[in-house]
Design a protein around this ligand. Structure first.
Ligand code: ATP
Ligand code: MG
Length: 407
């Protein structure tokens, strides 16, 4: 049997990028031979094994053919006769379809190296269209390598467009989509992911609520970039620049969905967009079965981001309601993430990227003030149950009044 390094490990070595996980392909072997060598079988779908020591993935060379809709609709064929070239041609991009032996001899039948130099994300063969997940993968790689100058080849973008129009994207499971979306959001330029999806028409299918923001104007005084879609991309860009968590980035992407619902007559104002957007945020959350922390923060940021921006003008009672809504006493981290998302929203505006955001420290101070009230004296005065709750709230309100006066 011959063993080759494939995919990302070869690509990233040639790019001079750190290689984190290595995928291997095994040519000329049977499942029985692999088991005899101590490899552990994984995955019900394909003949993939884990190395007994390194734990890295070794896949038997295989060919694939589409036999129905969706991910289940694939038949594969793995046998010792399948050649390396046959295995490589089923891969998504030419830069992902190179293999290397233990002497670093490159097998590159589909010119991945040429496309690496040309900085092009190009599909290997027309079979690209057989798996709609590849639309998301290409957009994700575009987000990852945009900084190196990579773009999607026009003919690949055209295939992605056809795939998006075919209805095939709808066959993707929430789990497969979320895996790509969450990884893409954590790349250096997540806004490129959304942009590429939009260019090929996939955004309209996957997240019509986000797609609808493009072409919707906002008041120029607060939003020199005017367009709500452009603003959303800038907020995402800022979130990546400031190394925010996935939760914050997800909330950034969805924070303004309500603006897509504003009747044209009301443009460029968006009255109550925060509240109107909640049902859309909920729909997107559920469509991709986003993790609970992502879902929660997106809804909270959607509802309260304007409160964040107006923090210094809020009445103590409104400030208290805000802190209560976040349950900041038990969930301080979530409130920090809210503040971060608001700050990214404020900076994700043309020419305002470097502005200061005093609201952040003001909100932190308010949380500290509300948190530091003394409960013991209330217990000593005999408050219990709901009455104790009310008494605590009164104390917090007092503390916030003092805080606001002194700020
Ligand atoms: P990463 O750095 O994100 O791990 P990668 O290229 O190694 O990038 P993997 O998801 O680990 O990506 O997949 C390994 C290889 O398997 C890819 O380089 C590609 O050749 C192939 N591959 C993975 N998923 C698909 C797919 N859906 N369609 C076609 N080829 C795929
Ligand atoms: Mg990999």
């Amino acid at each position: 049997m011959q063993i080759y390094k494939v995919g990302g490990a070869v690509r990233d070595r040639l790019l001079g990028k750190p290689v984190t996980d290595i995928d291997w392909v095994v040519v000329g072997a049977t499942t029985e031979e692999m088991l005899a060598k101590g490899f552990r079988p994984v995955g019900a779908d394909f003949p993939v094994f884990l190395h007994p020591k390194s734990g890295e993935e070794y896949a038997l060379a295989r060919t694939e053919r589409k036999s129905g809709r969706g991910y289940g609709g694939f038949t594969f064929h793995a046998s010792p006769e399948v050649t390396l070239e046959e295995d490589l041609i089923r891969r998504d991009l030419t830069i992902n379809a190179m293999a290397e032996d233990d002497q670093q001899n490159l097998t590159d039948p589909y010119h991945g190296q040429r496309d690496l130099e040309a900085r092009l994300l190009r599909h290997v063969s027309p079979a690209f269209a057989e798996d709609p997940l590849r639309v998301l993968r290409v957009a994700r790689f575009a987000a990852r390598y945009a900084g190196l100058g990579f773009t999607v080849a026009p003919e690949t973008l055209e295939l992605m467009r056809q795939l998006s129009e075919s209805g095939e994207l709808e066959a993707l499971t929430a789990e497969r989509s979320w895996k790509e979306i969450s990884r893409a959001l954590m790349e250096d330029q997540p806004q490129v992911f959304i942009q590429v999806l939009r260019e090929c028409g996939a955004l309209k299918v996957l997240m019509p609520e986000v797609d609808a923001l493009f072409g919707v104007p906002q008041p120029e005084a607060h939003h020199p970039e005017i367009d709500t879609g452009v603003h959303t991309l800038s907020v995402l860009e800022q979130a990546a620049r400031h190394k925010q968590s996935l939760t914050v980035r997800w909330a950034c992407l969805l924070h303004d969905l309500g603006k897509g619902l504003t009747p044209k007559e009301e443009w460029p104002r968006h009255i109550a967009h925060e509240h109107k957007g909640l049902k859309l945020i909920k729909a997107v959350n559920e469509r991709f079965k986003a993790p609970k922390d992502c879902q929660e923060l997106a809804l909270l940021v959607g509802e309260y981001h304007t409160h964040g921006h107006r923090a210094l003008e809020l009445k103590p009672s409104t400030l208290l309601e805000l802190l209560q809504s976040f349950d900041v006493y038990r969930r301080p981290q979530r409130f920090e993430e809210f503040i971060a998302a608001c700050e990214m929203d404020a900076r994700g505006r043309k020419g305002l990227e470097q502005r200061s955001y005093p609201q952040a420290d003001y909100l932190r101070g308010a949380a500290t003030a509300a948190r530091s009230i003394a409960v013991q004296p209330l217990l000593e005065r005999g408050f219990k149950g709901p009455e104790l709750g009310e008494a605590i709230k009164r104390e917090r309100l007092k503390a916030l009044k003092t805080y606001k006066e002194q700020a």
